[in-house]
Write a protein that binds this ligand. Structure first.
Ligand SMILES: [Zn+2]
Length: 467
C-alpha cells in the first residue's frame, strides 16, 4: 500500500477534474487522458457501487473509449459499511500504480470528501497503529456500529465530549457524520482521541491546523456552467436516463434489495451506501407503489414529483460543491495548495475552444512547469475559525463557531426573540404582581380609612376639651 510521504506523490503530477452532474466531466477526462497518456480514477461515491449504472450516471463503455477507468462498480451495492476511509485506502495504491507506469492520473468525480481524503493527509486522519489497550475489547463492543446507531446526533455529541472534548467543541451537535467518525476513530485506534492524533500529525507535518497536501504537484480543473443552462442539461440528462430505462433499473434493484433483506432478516436502511444515490431516494416513493398504483393518476403524480426532486437535488449538490471548493481550496490556503482553473462549459458550441483546448494548454504548461497561459482562480485566504460552544437559551440554538455566535447575538432574529421574551416576562411579572398590588392597595386604603377615622375622633375630642 502507498504510504504517507510517498516520494512519488511529492514529485509526480496529478490532475483533478471536478464539477456538478452533467457539466461534461466524463467527456473532458477521456479527451485529456487520450491526449496525455492518462488513466481515470473515479471519485464519485455512488459510482463505486456495482449496478445502478443509469441512476449513478456511470460512463458507458463507448464513452470510456478504451481509456483505463479505475474504481468504478467495484463495491457490492448491498455493502453498507464502505466508508471514505476505505475509498482512500483503495484509491492511493491505484494512483501509485498509475504513476509507476509513468501515466498521468486523472481523479474525476463530484464527491468532495472523497477528493479531500486523497488531497490531504488528515481528512480523514491517516490510520494509526491501534495501541495495545486492555479496555479495547469492551471499547469495540460498547462503541459498536449497532450501539452507535441507536444514539441521536445530540447524544453522540455528548458521548464525544466525554471521550474527546477538543474535537466535540469543533463540531455542531447536528454534524452527525463527523461526530460519528471521531467516535469511530477513538474506537478503532484503541482509545486514541482524534484530536490527539491530529495534534501529533500536525506537529509532524509542520502545519498549524490542517493536514498537509499529500500531492505537491496537483492541478485542479473545475467545470462550471451557468444556472439556466445547467438546469436544461439536467432536464435532458433525466430524460435520457428515463429513456435508457432508469425506472426498470431502480425497480429491479429495489426488488433484489428487498429480497436480500428479507432473507437476511434485516431491516431497511436507506440512509447508507448506494441508497443515497441521487435518483434512488427521489424515486423511492414511486418504487414502493404496486404496479397498478403506478399506473394510476396518483402514481403518475408521485413519479413527476420524483423527477422534480431529482432536479432539485442535483442543483443543490452543485451549489454545495462550489461552496466546498471555495472554502477548502481558495480560502484556506497553505503550501502546495493546488491552483484551481475554472472552465466555463455553458456554451456547448464552443466546447472545443473553451473547455478542451484550454484544459489541454493548462495541463501542457503544468507538466512542463511553465507559466500557465490562463489565470487560476484567485485565492482569498481567511482567518482560521475559532471554535467555541455557545448555547442561546433564548432561541434554543447551539453554536460551535464563535463568529456565528457573535453574528447571532447581533441578528434581527435573536433580538426579536429577546424582545418578545422580555415582553412575556414583563407580562408574567405584571400578572403575578397584580394580586399583591391589589392587596397592597386594599391595605393602604384600609389604613387611610382608619387614619381618617382616628383623625376625626381626635378632632372631636379636641373640640370637646376646648368647649
Ligand atoms: Zn438567540
Amino acid at each position: 500500500m502507498a504510504t504517507v510521504g510517498n516520494f512519488r506523490y511529492t514529485t509526480s503530477p496529478l490532475i483533478i477534474i471536478l464539477g456538478a452532474t452533467a457539466v461534461g466531466k466524463t467527456k473532458l477526462s477521456v479527451y485529456l487522458s487520450k491526449r496525455f497518456n492518462g488513466e481515470i480514477v473515479n471519485a464519485d461515491s455512488m459510482q463505486i457501487y456495482d449496478g445502478l449504472d443509469i441512476a449513478t450516471a456511470k460512463p458507458t463503455l463507448e464513452e470510456r473509449d478504451n481509456v483505463p477507468h479505475h474504481l468504478f462498480s467495484y463495491i457490492n451495492p448491498l455493502d453498507r459499511s464502505h466508508t471514505v476511509i476505505d475509498y482512500r485506502n483503495d484509491a492511493l495504491p491505484v494512483i501509485d500504480s498509475i504513476l509507476s507506469r509513468s501515466h498521468l492520473p486523472f481523479i474525476v468525480g463530484g464527491t468532495n470528501y472523497y477528493i479531500e481524503s486523497l488531497l490531504f493527509h488528515l481528512n480523514p486522519p491517516d490510520p494509526v497503529e491501534p495501541v495495545q489497550n486492555e479496555q479495547l475489547p469492551s471499547l469495540a463492543e460498547d462503541l459498536s456500529d449497532e450501539n452507535l446507531s441507536k444514539l441521536t446526533s445530540v447524544q453522540l455529541h455528548e458521548l464525544l465530549s466525554k471521550i474527546d472534548k477538543p474535537t466535540s467543541v469543533r463540531k455542531h451537535p447536528n454534524e452527525e457524520r463527523k461526530i460519528r467518525r471521531a467516535i469511530e476513530f477513538y474506537r478503532d485506534s484503541g482509545g486514541i482521541p482524534l484530536s490527539e492524533a491530529l495534534k501529533k500529525q500536525h506537529a509532524e507535518s509542520g502545519f498549524s491546523y490542517r493536514g498537509s497536501f499529500r500531492f505537491h504537484r496537483c492541478c485542479l480543473l473545475w467545470l462550471t456552467c451557468q444556472k439556466d443552462e445547467l438546469e436544461r442539461r439536467i432536464n435532458e440528462r433525466v430524460k435520457s436516463m428515463l429513456d435508457r430505462g432508469l425506472i426498470r433499473e431502480l425497480e429491479q434493484f429495489h426488488e433484489e434489495y428487498n429480497r436480500t433483506c428479507a432473507e437476511a432478516d434485516e431491516s431497511f436502511d436507506y440512509t447508507r451506501g448506494v441508497f443515497q444515490a441521487i435518483g434512488f431516494k427521489e424515486f423511492h416513493d414511486y418504487l414502493l407503489l404496486s404496479e397498478s398504483e403506478r399506473k394510476s393518476e396518483h402514481g403518475k403524480k408521485v413519479f413527476a414529483n420524483g423527477i422534480e426532486r431529482l432536479k432539485v437535488s442535483t442543483r443543490q449538490y452543485s451549489k454545495y460543491q462550489e461552496k466546498w471548493l471555495r472554502m477548502r481550496l481558495l480560502q484556506r490556503v497553505e503550501e502546495h495548495s493546488p491552483d484551481v482553473y475554472e472552465l466555463d462549459t455553458t456554451d456547448l458550441t464552443c466546447w472545443e475552444e473553451n473547455v478542451e483546448q484550454r484544459a489541454e494548454a493548462i495541463i501542457e504548461a503544468f507538466l512542463k512547469n511553465e507559466t500557465i497561459p490562463f489565470p487560476a482562480l484567485p485565492k482569498t485566504p481567511i482567518e482560521e475559525p475559532v471554535y467555541e460552544q455557545n448555547t442561546c437559551t433564548t432561541c434554543d440554538r447551539v453554536f460551535h463557531l464563535k463568529s456565528q455566535w457573535l453574528l447571532h447575538l447581533k441578528s434581527k432574529q435573536h433580538k426579536r426573540v429577546v424582545r418578545s421574551t422580555e415582553r412575556k416576562t414583563f407580562r408574567r411579572k405584571l400578572d403575578n404582581a397584580i394580586p399583591s398590588l391589589l392587596t397592597t392597595l386594599d391595605t393602604l386604603q384600609a389604613r387611610k380609612i382608619s387614619e381618617n377615622e382616628k383623625e376625626s375622633d381626635s378632632s372631636e375630642k379636641d373640640e370637646e376639651s376646648e368647649s
